[in-house]
Write a protein that binds this ligand. Structure first.
Ligand SMILES: *[C@@H]1O[C@H](CO)[C@@H](O)[C@H](O)[C@H]1NC(C)=O
Ligand SMILES: *[C@@H]1O[C@H](CO)[C@@H](O)[C@H](O)[C@H]1NC(C)=O
Ligand SMILES: *[C@@H]1O[C@H](CO)[C@@H](O)[C@H](O)[C@H]1NC(C)=O
Ligand SMILES: *[C@@H]1O[C@H](CO)[C@@H](O)[C@H](O)[C@H]1NC(C)=O
Length: 957
């Protein structure tokens, strides 16, 4: 069903692809990726080999580690008299530069101390962000932006005439992570992290499919005697004129793709004594001339037609203690200093902006530096104004700490950094609660609108106030002159679930979410009001996802001292389904592990021996059961050959002691998905950290995901059932947090100070995998039901359901939930309550406990003063038979038997069956009967319950 819109997308892109007139250099650099691995070559004659250029210093004021900018002086202070005793230098420095360093350093440092107008210094320094290696943005047309996400997914943001919609274009092979996309001669290519190219083609059914497009050197090369072998590619750039694509191989050579049909590859090798780590410029300075950067940080020029074909651009000026370049694609701009001048802007490894300028046949280096204390990591060229006569450019640079600075290029200046006015750097900060991804260039989608990837895997648009954002399409070019009054603002744009976010893929339904046309139909009015809603949501959503702060409020600290009850593991992980409808596990209070199994037409209890006492069953993945023993060690019950074996997972590398796991193994009622490469189970460690245990393909790897900066993890509310890649947890402070598996970031969710959650696990409700709409259910500390609901119109919202009636609070973890409209809960009175949706209204139903006649429950209802009619879920026949059986009644009244429901998390055994534990240790099953609803159907005796009334019956039945 997605075939049709895929096809339409594809054709649409083909038809509308045009030359990138005017903004050619913008597109060329934006559609590229670059080789980020630095290879350093330490000087062999040094006594101490410094093997890294990255050092951090601990700043006491901010309580954080800050990366050093090299060179860094090590200072010794005696009575406030400080002297430099040594210095850490970049490892790749040339010897001759070392000699001149003494003079150059102070001057360069001075020049880097440019004022950042309006920003507090404390604010703009922060933690260095990780590299998001798979992220890239590529502009195909004004209406189509392709994104490779941190998860390795490919998705397209597409303006369908009414709104921006998202369409998936993932690589077909599981485990193939895309790192960039190219548009080359009307063909879309994708590059995987492994170094393989894929070409988008139309299949026989006219559906676009990715087909491997291997780079090989063989018959059609110029090189003699070259064997046909697969070449792995690291990054690439489409040339300025769009006629060639140049790639940097993993082996550090320059590769050219001349033609796609048939593929014609040319290997240009590498500069003498160096490699190709990135392509700085692909033929936009001079036709067929390629500029590359080696991993040592030198700029090379490659021209096939000249001899020698490789030339090195050296720093003659000698100003350059920081002359080693970052391997990235630069920005080429024309006419900045004279009509025929060409400027190639690059960054140094020290994070400074430099320019290689060609003017009147002479090359020159110019150092532009960086804002004070900032380490620049990517360049985005932006056309500010094009009124036909004049083009005005700025460079937008992202820093290592996630800020964006604008460098306003003064045309005709032709002067070096000494004379520059301090106002050239304009800080644009970053969106509230979200930093800009480090080292990834943004793209200009229109004049005044620039798209940046965020560190948290979403996107953000930096645009002129009122002239951009989620609700505005690629309309007619906005002509504007830069005035002081025009302000840039940030809008956050959501990413799809592959990245753990909430942008839904478009559907083929009629109406504004229809991604094929998205235009006029009878729902258009709704569409307009809806985009209005969306815009409100857009700004609202920034306050829903908060960055947890290390400094907690007084209240947080107060709540942090939360002691778990002794039976915490036990009451939440007593029962676990093994095979739906056929077998489940029961962990007894005495630490025994029993399996209730249906085999050869009888139900039997099977005891599983274990050397230590077991506390709870915390997971089930692919038929393997995960349990915790009293010492907190995690064990996996696994079938190897014919034998069942316990494997001690805590004893493996980085293993920990755990106190909890995911509450549910699948969304109740939905089939478990097949093993996926990065499948993992999440656990809570004894000291309140979230642990990731990779289980897919038997890799068995532990990872410490830590905890939110201001609290410990109390329990896992939901693991990836409500939102793939997201683990929702409840902090021991009673607040909701989430961990994103893709970005490894923690977020706090907006939550009223007055709402304190119980630390119990929760339940997710997501009726359809096609929609992200759904809810998380949890309890508040005072025993009320709390819902956290998401839908595409309103985003996240808290709903407090309260309790079934005044006399009853809810106890035990909520769940299971079914079909998006039913949720089971346990009352403090030992009754089971059903919260269900009836014609868009939530209602309560009292299901009592097993083997109770209607009369008793009705009495209770009246005592509780609830006037609303409650339907009691009791099977008439069973109730009648139990009333007849006086012995049953006697059992109920005897001390060993109490069929009230215990506050122990129940299990969804089958689609029409939920099993609860009773206060006497027996189990009660409630079943859904067609036409009648939920009724108690049987009591299952357990080997350890002292109430044996129905134990033997159960065995015999
Ligand atoms: C600081 O110490 C140096 C040598 O340790 C000395 O020469 C200098 O006079 C001292 N300066 C002050 C202000 O004490
Ligand atoms: C890449 O380099 C390795 C080791 O130097 C070599 O074995 C391999 O053949 C090279 N591959 C290509 C495609 O050049
Ligand atoms: C681009 O594609 C056209 C046909 O679609 C082909 O004729 C032309 O040779 C191609 N150019 C290059 C550089 O591959
Ligand atoms: C499991 O491994 C942990 C960590 O090595 C160890 O402390 C514990 O005793 C082991 N448990 C059993 C039952 O072997």
């Amino acid at each position: 069903m997605s075939i049709l819109f895929h096809l339409v997308f594809f054709i649409w892109v083909l038809l509308t692809v045009r030359c990138f007139v005017g903004l050619g250099s913008v597109s060329a650099s934006a559609s590229s990726s670059w080789c980020q691995h630095h290879h350093f070559f330490p000087q062999p004659n040094r006594q101490f080999q410094q093997k890294t250029d990255r050092f951090w210093v601990f700043k006491e004021q901010t309580n954080s580690w800050v990366e050093l900018e090299l060179p860094y002086d090590l200072v010794s202070c005696v009575n406030d008299n400080c002297t430099v005793v040594a210095s850490i230098d970049p490892t790749n420095k040339k010897e001759e530069v070392l000699e001149t360093q003494a003079e150059d350093v102070p001057r360069l440092r001075e020049s880097s101390k440019k004022k950042v107008d309006g920003y507090d210094q404390e604010e703009v320094t922060g933690d260095v962000l990780p590299m998001r290696k798979r992220v890239s943005l590529t502009k195909m047309t004004d209406a189509s932006i392709w994104v490779t996400g941190q998860s390795g997914s490919i998705y397209e943001r597409f303006w369908n005439g009414v709104q921006w919609v998202i369409a998936p274009h993932d690589l077909p092979i599981s485990g193939a992570h895309a790192v960039s996309v190219f548009l080359f001669n009307h063909t879309i290519l994708a590059l995987s992290e492994a170094g393989i190219l894929y070409q988008m083609q139309l299949s026989e059914s006219s559906q676009p499919v990715w087909v491997e497009f291997t780079a090989t050197l063989g018959q059609s090369t110029d090189e003699e005697g070259e064997q046909s072998s697969v070449i792995l590619i690291k990054s690439g750039v489409v040339s300025y004129d769009g006629e060639r694509a140049y790639f940097c191989t993993k082996n550090g050579t320059l590769l050219e793709l001349r033609e796609i049909e048939p593929p014609r590859w040319v290997n240009h090798g590498q500069p003498p004594g160096a490699n190709v780590a990135a392509i700085a410029d692909a033929a936009s300075i001079r036709t067929h001339v390629i500029y590359t950067i080696s991993s040592a940080g030198d700029l090379y020029e490659y021209d096939r037609g000249s001899k020698p074909s490789w030339k090195k651009h050296i720093w003659r000026e000698g100003t350059a203690q920081d002359a080693s370049l970052m391997p990235l694609t630069g920005s080429t701009l024309y006419g900045l200093s004279g009509d025929h001048s060409i400027s190639l802007f690059l960054l140094t490894k020290g994070g400074k902006l430099v320019e290689r300028r060609l003017n009147q046949r002479k090359w020159k280096w110019i150092v532009h530096g960086s804002p004070k204390d900032q380490h620049l990591t990517s360049i985005t060229p932006v056309l500010l104004q094009d009124d036909g006569h004049e083009k005005l450019f700025s460079l937008f640079l992202t820093t290592s700490t996630g800020f964006v600075f604008e460098y306003q290029i003064l045309k005709q200046s032709g002067i070096a950094q000494e004379n520059q006015s301090p106002e050239v750097w304009v800080g644009h900060m970053h969106p509230v609660h979200a930093k800009v991804a480090r080292g990834i260039a943004g793209i200009q989608i229109q004049v005044g609108r620039i798209l940046f990837p965020l560190d948290d895997a979403r996107l953000a648009e930096l645009h002129l106030s009122g002239l951009g954002g989620e609700s505005l399409g690629p309309s007619h070019q906005v002509m504007f002159r830069r005035k002081a009054t025009v302000k840039y603002v940030w809008s956050i744009l959501d990413a799809p679930e592959t990245e753990g976010w909430n942008a839904e893929y478009c559907t083929e339904q009629r109406g504004p979410t229809n991604c094929i046309t998205g235009t006029k139909d009878e729902l258009n009015d709704l569409g307009i009001s809806r985009t209005g809603t969306r815009r409100r949501k857009g700004s609202h959503s920034q306050q829903l996802y908060l960055t947890p702060r290390a400094m907690g409020s007084g209240l947080t600290k107060h709540l942090e001292v939360y002691n778990f009850p002794d039976d915490w593991i036990n009451s939440n992980f007593h029962l676990r389904v093994m095979h739906g409808g056929k077998s489940f596990f029961l962990i007894t209070d005495g630490g025994f592990t029993f399996e209730y199994l249906y085999t050869e037409n009888v139900w039997i209890w099977l005891r599983h021996e274990h050397s230590t006492a077991i506390e709870g069953a915390v997971g089930n993945y692919n038929g393997s059961l995960y349990v915790v023993d009293t010492y907190g060690s995690l064990f996996m019950r696994e079938r190897s050959a014919d034998e069942l074996a316990w494997i001690n997972c805590t004893s493996s590398r980085k293993g920990r002691q755990v106190v909890g796991g995911p509450p549910w193994d699948t969304i109740p009622g939905r089939a478990m998905k097949g093993a996926i490469e990065d499948d993992a189970l999440f656990f809570v460690s004894r000291n309140g950290r979230l642990l990731q245990f990779t289980v897919a393909l038997r890799k068995f790897k532990w990872k410490d995901c830590q905890n939110p900066p201001n609290t410990k993890v109390a329990s896992i509310l939901d693991q990836e059932l409500f939102r793939e890649k997201i683990v929702f947890v409840i902090g021991s402070n009673g607040r909701l947090y989430q961990y994103n598996k893709v970005t490894e970031l923690w977020h706090e969710h907006y939550q009223s100070q007055h709402l304190v959650l119980s630390r119990l696990p929760g339940t997710a409700m997501r009726p359809s995998l096609l929609s992200l709409t759904g809810s998380l259910f949890m309890l508040s500390v005072d025993g009320g039901l709390v819902e956290y609901h998401w839908n595409s119109m309103d985003g996240w919202n808290w709903v407090e359901h309260g309790t079934p009636n005044k006399a009853v609070t809810l106890v035990g973890a909520p769940g299971p939930s079914l079909e998006g409209n039913q949720l089971f809960l346990i009352g403090s009175n030992g009754n089971v309550y059903l919260r269900y949706m009836d014609q868009m209204t939530w209602r309560w139903k009292n299901c009592g406990f097993p083997f109770l006649g209607n009369s008793i429950a009705e009495d209770q209802t009246q005592k509780e003063g609830n006037t609303e009619k409650e339907n009691v879920c009791t099977d008439e026949d069973l109730a009648a038979s139990s009333r007849k059986e006086d012995s049953e009644r006697a059992d109920y009244l005897s001390s060993d038997c109490n069929p009230e429901v215990a506050p122990i998390r129940p299990i969804l055994f089958a689609q029409d069956s939920v099993i609860f534990e009773l206060r006497d240790g027996r189990l009660g099953e409630i079943r859904r009967i067609e036409g009648t609803g939920w009724v108690w159907s049987r009591i299952i005796g357990t080997p350890t319950s002292l109430c044996t009334a129905s134990y033997w019956t159960a065995l015999a039945s």
